[in-house]
Design a protein around this ligand. Sequence first.
Ligand code: 5GP
Ligand code: MG
Length: 190
Amino acid sequence: MINFAAANILSMERIKLHDKEFRIFIPNEKIQQSICDVAKRLNEKYKSGVSPLFISVLNGSFMFTSDLLKLLDFQCEISFIKLSSYSGTESTGEIREVLGLASPVNGRDVIVLEDIVDTGNTIVELNKILLDKGASSVSICTLLLKPDAYKKDIAIEYVAISIPNDFIVGYGLDYNELGRQYKDIYVLDQ
Ligand code: 5GP
Ligand code: MG
């Protein structure tokens, strides 16, 4: 049975996670519209030809991955990898592979699904890991990009939403493991 009261609880103007307060920033409708635009581009690009392998970066990308893949009309595969670089609200700059890749990437056209690209350390490291494992090509597809923080050379082919350099949570993204379940995106309210 659907609990509509619970659905409303998960759509609020303000939330508090641990010691910090966040206010609504991007409503779910806007997120879905932006994902739809990315899906259209992917559907156009992959409508004929080899089927790509999506690699979703856990944990943050789980909602984005789920909503995006439901909109794709070409054959594709999905696999997961878990990397970690954040502690609290700051990137540590040191990337750890917490859960290894289960699918062979040798000879595959890989599309990395990220929740957010900030400094770009994560995608630079992942790009290297995937090319070392023999991927034919690696494209990056991210729900969110912080263009003012990103200074790396790797092109980010698919960006759903660009945001300023603020710390955000919700729609898969956490603050010390809390806040991932919200359907909207919230920004730190200093
Ligand atoms: P990067 O390596 O590009 O600096 O950071 C990538 C990872 O850091 C993202 O995949 C995400 O997990 C985390 N991250 C970056 N910015 C934010 C943010 O504003 N909020 C949250 N919750 N995580 C972030
Ligand atoms: Mg991530």
